[in-house]
Design a protein around this ligand. Structure first.
Ligand code: HAM
Length: 421
């Protein structure tokens, strides 16, 4: 017997309700991004593995253990993108969009990370990424945060999310801090958990992120990043906070936010919710002023964020159905009626813009009426023997009073418009 083949672990199938929730979020995001003058771009799902090793950082979890990398037929090492920023930086460099220009860009699509799947954490997940190129801020940092807040409001979830903000300074301040942190933790190595011990060598700042209680307790006496931040970054952060205060955007300064990717400097932020359990970060981002240069371009300040569509969609799981609705259900009995109804439905769609579902295949009138009812449509159009003989179509209202009238097909658009107005 043949074995059933199931979806690959961690790769989600999106059933119609779920996909509709994604679409609702995307539609709102598109509207909000238009309002701020951002342009959508399309980026490949596959990039050269080097790109991520270099830009995301070889000691990050993503590069160390989460990438889907493979050799293609040409023996090149390629990777299914684990995130979009590295690809976008390659894109702006390659198309000469970073030099002496400013860009406000966004993209959407699937990302891939070999993480341990659980609610809100998948191996294929969708992001909307928003990136600003060539602007030093802090006004542009503030703009991005205000844009996010507007999106949450438009989705009706602004009361469920909060903004956590931090500044991690420039490279030199982070290096000085990392050195101080390593020195502090070296003497307490035996008290560290296994992951943190590994990070002590390659990426000590990520230890601050540790969820292990004993490690967190140990860190309470450790040096603090804020004491190592350079003066310019401090000013940048102060100015950002002043803009947010003036715009009345609430935030909490959280010194523990360091982010899981290596490319950040200065501003970093996360939008978090308590309504999703452990995977509560719905959006994260920050400045990455060094990336364009790291890829061979001229020094170019950049800032951006990405939101997780899968996590956002989970926040709408309890809310009512948002699927596109069938408005009109077209029924026909007999071969000739079936052919004619196909053309009538096309004309109705063309002239009214209504959503018309045509009954596919044959079936008794009664059975088709049942289908019309469960489709959720308000109206059924019926073309059976009697109607054919009289040269009319029957229009039946399915909800409330079940009124039925007949008319020539040419009159349907007007009659339907009156009903759906
Ligand atoms: P990130 O924090 O790795 O940042 O991901 C951004 C968002 O993607 C997260 O806040 C989360 O909502 C969602 N996400 C991440 N991993 C998963 C997963 N395994 N399953 C479901 N959702 C997930 C970035 O990717 C950066 N490129 C953001 C950025 C843009 N920074 C500057 N510009």
């Amino acid at each position: 017997m043949s074995q059933t083949i199931k979806a690959v672990r961690g790769m989600q199938d999106l059933l119609p309700e779920k996909k509709a929730r994604f679409r609702r979020i995307e539609d709102q995001a598109r509207r909000v991004l238009d309002q701020y003058g951002y342009q959508e771009v399309g980026l490949p799902v596959i990039e050269n593995t080097h790109l991520f090793n270099r830009l995301v950082g070889s000691t990050t979890d993503i590069v160390e253990k989460e990438m889907y990398s493979f050799k293609d037929r040409n023996d090149e090492s390629l990777t299914l993108r684990p995130e979009g920023t590295a690809g976008l930086v390659r894109f702006v460099n390659e198309h000469g969009l970073a030099f002496n220009q400013t860009q406000r860009l966004w993209y959407t699509g699937p990302m891939f990370r070999y993480e341990r799947p659980q609610k809100g954490r998948y191996r294929q997940f969708d992001q909307i990424g928003v990136e600003c190129i060539g602007m030093e801020g802090p006004d542009i940092d503030a703009e991005l945060l205000l844009l996010c807040a507007r999106l949450w409001r438009s989705l009706g979830i602004d009361q469920q999310v909060r903004l956590e903000l931090n500044s991690i300074g420039d490279t030199a301040s982070r290096q000085a801090f990392s050195a101080a942190l390593v020195e502090f933790l070296q003497d307490r190595r035996e008290e560290l958990d296994e992951d943190s011990l590994r990070r002590l060598e390659g990426n000590p700042m990520r230890i601050l992120d540790s969820k292990v209680p004993t490690t967190q307790a140990l860190l309470s006496g450790a040096p603090e990043l804020k004491d190592y931040i350079d003066a310019e970054s401090q000013q940048h952060f102060k100015d950002l906070c002043a803009i947010l205060d003036a715009a009345k955007l609430e935030y909490r300064i959280n010194p523990k936010i360091v982010r899981g990717l290596d490319y950040y400097n200065r501003t970093v932020f996360e939008w978090v919710t308590d309504s999703l359990g452990a995977q509560g970060t719905i959006c994260g981002g920050g400045r990455y002023d060094g990336l364009v240069e790291q890829l061979g371009g001229k020094p170019t300040p950049c800032v951006g964020f990405a939101l997780g569509l899968d996590r956002l969609a989970l926040m709408f799981e309890a809310s009512p159905e948002v699927r596109a609705k069938v408005q009109v259900y077209a029924i026909s009995v007999g071969d000739r009626a079936r052919r004619e109804m196909m053309a009538i439905a096309e004309a109705v769609r063309e002239e009214t813009g209504l959503n018309v579902q045509v009954h596919a295949g044959t079936g008794k009138l009664k059975a088709q009426m049942k289908k019309a009812d469960t489709s959720g449509a308000e109206v059924a159009l019926i073309l059976a023997e009697d109607e054919l003989a009289a040269g009319v179509v029957a229009l039946r209202q399915l909800r409330g009073t079940a009124q039925q009238t007949t008319m020539p097909a040419g009159d349907l658009p007007e009659a339907l418009r009156n009903i759906f107005e």
